[in-house]
Ligand binder design. Sequence first.
Ligand code: ADP
Ligand code: MG
Length: 321
Amino acid sequence: MPEFDLIGTIRARAGAQRPDVALGIGDDAALLEPAPGMQLVACTDTLNAGVHFPRGTAPEAIGWKALAVNLSDLAAMGATPAWALLALSLPRDAAAFVAAMAEGFARLATQHGVTLVGGDTTRGPLALTVTALGQVPAGAALLRGGARAGDAVLVTGTLGDAAAGLALVQGRLSALAPAVAQVLRRRLDYPQPRVAAGLALRGIASACIDLSDGLLADLGHVCTRSGVGAEIDLEALPLSAALQAALAPADARQLALAGGDDYELCCSVPPVRLDAALAALRAAGCAGHVIGRITADAGVRVLDARGEPVTPARRGYEHFA
Ligand code: ADP
Ligand code: MG
């Protein structure tokens, strides 16, 4: 199938229609009309087959996840997503893959009012690079650098599910009830970017990040950028019923600390705004949980139920380890 047919297949699945797309797929570049007073928020992320998704992942899930991980970055900035570009590297005979992948991409794009406005299609090992663009009122973006000692540390949703889903796919977890396995697998394949939560945290959180490499690693980035440290209360980590059914408590907590692929938000909130943060997250349909606090001492420490430091087995996903 020639390249232009693949592009036609994708163009028919471009997600939402937006009046601020003056020119979408079909010319040398797209023409977009950001709203006055807004800053453009731009990010990009690549998914490589076998690295960022296991081989055998459904094409729909691959398309969904390629967009989801980018919308998660926009969410962490408190931005409203608007436009996306998709650079595809495809092996031979990828027509059926592209149609199904584009369906998954379009389903999530439509949910978030995002239009696919361009991209690139080349021959090579399967890889997807999405560039996502969003908008935020000038000066209102959530950054990594604003955490201060005494702030509460919050996360949305539950942690560790996707890592358990990956362990399941890789045959490192067996004998799970089908319903439990399905929940964990869906959390791996179809992460829900916390866009509404990110918007709700604007003007409230002092710093924010999305959790892709694992809580310890990603909270560590916030601490480094902010010149602070953090303590996490092991017992306060939010664990889903599915994760608790699948794993012993210690293993579940280990995945929640360092499993990766959660795509939840982690933020710091000054104590005076904590009630407002929890209420705003509830109103956004995404529960927030206080899991610890920002400290003046550098580094991220994990404390057990008695407040004693514990040493996690592993601190995060290392791409180049
Ligand atoms: P050019 O050679 O000028 O880069 P292409 O033939 O690569 O143009 O692309 C033609 C049009 O199709 C462009 O508007 C481009 O943005 C769009 N396009 C190409 N590949 C993709 C893709 N994978 N997803 C979305 N749009 C694409
Ligand atoms: Mg091109």
